[in-house]
Design a protein around this ligand. Structure first.
Ligand code: NZQ
Ligand code: ZN
Length: 393
């Protein structure tokens, strides 16, 4: 295991009714004038907005709203938020929604104090934020783990490239995680969220390193929780114990990248490949991952059979495959994974999502932009990327 430093500064208020902690949390973190940011309106429809505004009023905190943040959030919303902070002298950002709202707010947090250029400088790595506006979150969707990490994914430019910002200052100061807020999710978002959580766990699990037993055994346990509770959440959407399990799994899966600790950072190949699908047709993040994961696993088995121990371990320890031979076990694990995607109603293949076949080589070129071959077990280059897209098609 490599040396590591682990630090997550985010306070978590978990459970039904924890919105009552909001006023106190805002005060404790020094908020005096708040940017209240949210998406396309689900929070107004289902009550979270009223709860949050009541708390802001209880705390006598003035606030300005930024609404309409889209899924796969755009840099234009980030710029809007930055302008609101500067024009209204706001000193705290409250993100209420899913990963898209939280990520947009993280980029606003880094971008508002950066006055020597446009926020794109920070998103493209041309400059690093020297200070940030603090932010807190009220999460409504179990998926990304953004509520407990310091990453943000923003869509920018004519080609809708997904740019990833990491900065120690954009860990939320607090996150309010109430499973009841996630009970209003439509089935497709519940399922896509679960597919995203599972993929975060798999990408870390398939990145093996000696001596990382704690990370890997925790990971297996979390994967089993996700597989089990996703189907239950679809069957019993109002079951708050099930929702709570998914919600805490989402946070734990990427909490400060804890399951990657001690491992080499080689990139999340399925995520890199999936982001290009979202860039091309605004595909829901979790759906893109479900479509590509089996194809990536198959390619590893074909081209790097000497490296498939983690795939076989996944099959045995998570999917309950009993086969002794590693290759056969790994294959059975993929079959069971594909069955699970089917049971949670993920699309059958890329074709079914409207992606045109003649775009596949273009996707493979795009994913390599600014990147060396990436990922553990089998470095993905343009040819291999295209092979994965073609198999998923
Ligand atoms: O916009 P509203 O009206 O709120 O509707 C949203 C949106 O349409 C809806 N929704 C959210 N909570 C709801 C609800 N509908 C009913 N009831 C609720 N309780 O769900 C839709 C999707 O929301 P979104 O925030 O886009 O989903 P998610 O949380 O999956 O976030 C996806 C984004 O996060 C990025 C992805 O790339 C994508 O842009 N990721 C961020 C990561 C991070 N920061 O660590 C890691 C991830 O791998 C991922 O890349
Ligand atoms: Zn993800």
């Amino acid at each position: 295991m490599n040396n590591f430093t682990f630090h997550i500064p985010t306070q978590v208020h978990f459970g039904v009714g924890q919105i009552k902690s909001l006023a106190g949390a805002l005060k404790a973190h020094g908020a005096t004038r708040v940017l209240l940011a949210f998406g396309g309106g689900s929070i107004k429809k289902y009550g979270a907005y009223d709860d949050v505004v009541r708390e802001l009023n209880n705390a006598k905190l003035p606030f300005v709203e930024l609404s309409g943040i889209q899924p796969n959030p755009r840099v234009e919303s980030v710029r809007q938020g930055i302008a609101l902070i500067r024009d209204n002298a706001l000193d705290f950002i409250l993100a209420v929604g899913g990963g898209s709202v939280i990520d947009c707010c993280k980029a606003i947090a880094a971008g508002a104090p950066y006055t020597s250029g446009d926020v794109m400088d920070l998103l493209t790595g041309k400059a690093t934020a020297q200070s940030v506006v603090p932010l807190g979150t009220v999460l409504t969707l179990a998926a990304t783990g953004s509520e407990l990490n310091n990453g943000a994914v923003i869509t920018a430019g004519e080609d809708h490239k997904k740019l990833v910002l990491f900065h120690p200052g954009i860990f939320p100061r607090f996150s309010i995680l109430d499973p009841a807020y996630t009970a209003t999710l439509p089935p497709n978002q519940t399922a896509a969220g679960a597919a995203d959580i599972l993929c975060h766990l798999m990408e870390q699990y398939f990145n093996p390193a000696p001596g990382t037993q704690v990370q890997d055994r925790m990971n297996e346990g979390l994967m089993r929780v996700v597989l089990d509770n996703a189907e239950r959440a679809l069957a019993e959407p109002d079951n708050l114990e099930v929702r709570a399990n998914l919600l805490w799994a989402s946070s734990m899966a990427l909490a400060g990248l804890q399951l990657m600790l001690g491992k080499p950072m080689l990139g999340f190949p399925i995520h890199f490949l999936g982001h290009e699908l979202s860039s091309l047709n605004d595909m829901t993040h979790g759906v893109s991952l479900a479509l590509l994961t089996p194809a990536w696993m198959h390619l590893v088995m074909r081209e790097a059979p000497q490296n498939i121990a983690p795939l076989a371990a996944f099959a045995r320890n998570v999917m309950d495959v009993t086969e002794a031979d590693d290759l056969a076990a790994a294959e059975q694990g993929i079959v069971r994974l594909e069955d699970w995607y089917k049971r949670i109603n993920m699309p059958a293949n890329l074709r079914a999502t409207g992606i045109a076949e003649d775009k596949l080589s273009h996707l493979a070129e795009k994913v390599m932009e600014g990147r060396e071959p990436f990922g553990p077990l089998l470095p993905i280059n343009a040819d291999r990327a295209e092979t994965i897209y073609r198999e998923a098609f």
